[in-house]
Design a protein around this ligand. Structure first.
Ligand code: SF4
Ligand code: SF4
Length: 364
């Protein structure tokens, strides 16, 4: 992202939204609304003096609420441009006369409460739609206790906790007592592969993400006990099976079966009830932390983009490709909003009618 921001032939429009697209392949007219940042991004040095004095504390979306930020903040480390942004909906009264602490703290005088949204157009030849994804909301699966037990995390929250740039600088600690867990469980397919309990499709990434996480954990602490509850592990890509084998050799215990119930013990640990479908037995596992490998679903912006660009969606709600294996980046014919050119036959070759199938039964 930093390299793209510096490249002389790439223009980044951050904090911006595409609101309309007109034209055809090679000549698109794209209407963009650039939201007011309330900070002059060319003058801000990202020193952070404004955030130090801001009295408003809000959950940090980048760390999925595991840390906090102020009403004026940098969205994430290495954000491009390297400038702070002020959220007018959170700033005290959206009125500098109410607070002005950041205005007074900023030596560069780059905070401006009078900025407004700007609308402009860009001409481009090709549009690449990169919408991202939304994680499945595990609050809908109450049996895993995500809303009731603090030591039940999603895979994305776990990812932020073990990330060196995360809220704990990469140290994995339990939310309840802030000490490293000695045993961790992963529940696969949370919101995936079940039309009744989420989405009917396999999200493709969760199995290998969990396998990777087990290896990261074993690197941090070889003695940590890890159990993975799964339907089947889909290690389908190049080298994936080797990673899965490495994970098992390092001592990760893979249990075939999805838990039906999770209860909390007095010390904050979790008791997981699961029918092991390999042995047919109902087992109970006590674990100090539980990670839900949540599935992926289309981003909320998909529907709006689909209507604006005239693309087609699959029944799952993702964008439809021409062919998933050969041209996964191309929209299907008729899916583009380019006016379809009339087909001109190259030759006047006559196509002879197909021979009719012979009737069955005894010949006359
Ligand atoms: S004016 Fe708003 S952003 Fe600035 S310090 Fe006060 S509350 Fe924070
Ligand atoms: S707005 Fe001013 S005080 Fe805040 S980070 Fe930028 S230069 Fe520093």
């Amino acid at each position: 992202m930093t390299d793209a921001g510096r490249h002389p032939r790439i223009t980044l429009h951050t904090l911006s939204e595409v609101v309309d697209v007109k034209g055809y392949v090679g000549n698109f007219d794209v209407k963009i609304v650039k939201k007011a940042r309330y900070v002059d991004e060319t003058a801000c040095t990202a020193c952070g003096d404004c955030a130090k004095v801001c009295p408003v504390v809000r959950p940090d979306e980048f760390n999925i609420g595991l840390s906090s930020r102020r009403a004026i903040y940098s969205p994430f480390p290495q954000a491009v441009p390297s400038a702070y942004v002020l959220n007018p909906g959170e700033c005290l009264g959206n009125n500098p006369t109410v607070c002005t602490k950041c205005l007074d703290a900023c030596e560069k005088k780059c905070i401006d409460f009078h900025m407004s949204d700007q609308t402009f157009s860009e001409r481009v030849g090709t549009i690449i739609v990169a919408t991202g994804l939304s994680p499945y909301d595990p609050r809908k699966l109450d049996e895993y206790g995500y809303t009731r037990f603090a030591n039940v995390l999603t895979s994305l929250e776990f990812e932020r906790l073990v990330n060196a740039g995360g809220p704990t600088q990469g140290e994995l600690v339990r939310p309840t007592d802030r000490r490293p867990p000695k045993s961790i469980g992963f529940i696969q397919c949370v919101g995936s592969r079940s039309a009744r309990r989420g989405r009917s499709y396999c999200s493709n990434t969760c199995c290998m993400n969990t396998v990777k996480s087990t290896l990261v954990l074993k690197e941090h602490d070889p003695d940590v006990e890890i159990k993975v509850f799964y339907i089947d592990i889909r290690a389908f890509g190049k080298g994936f099976e080797d990673l899965f084998t490495r994970s098992r050799r390092k001592g990760t215990h893979y249990v075939r079966g999805l838990p039906g119930h999770v209860a909390q013990l007095p010390d904050g640990s979790l008791r997981v009830a699961v029918e092991n479908t390999a042995t047919g037995q109902l087992d109970y596992h006590d674990l100090e932390m539980l990670v839900l490998a949540v599935g992926m679903q289309p981003a909320p912006s998909t529907q709006r983009l689909q209507e604006m660009l005239g693309l087609q969606l699959t029944s799952d709600g993702f964008f439809l490709e021409l062919t998933p294996s050969c041209s996964p980046w191309m929209p299907p014919q008729g899916g583009s909003f380019t006016p379809a050119a009339p087909r001109v036959p190259r030759t006047s070759r006559r196509v002879s009618p197909r021979p009719q199938p012979r009737p069955c039964g005894p010949s006359a």
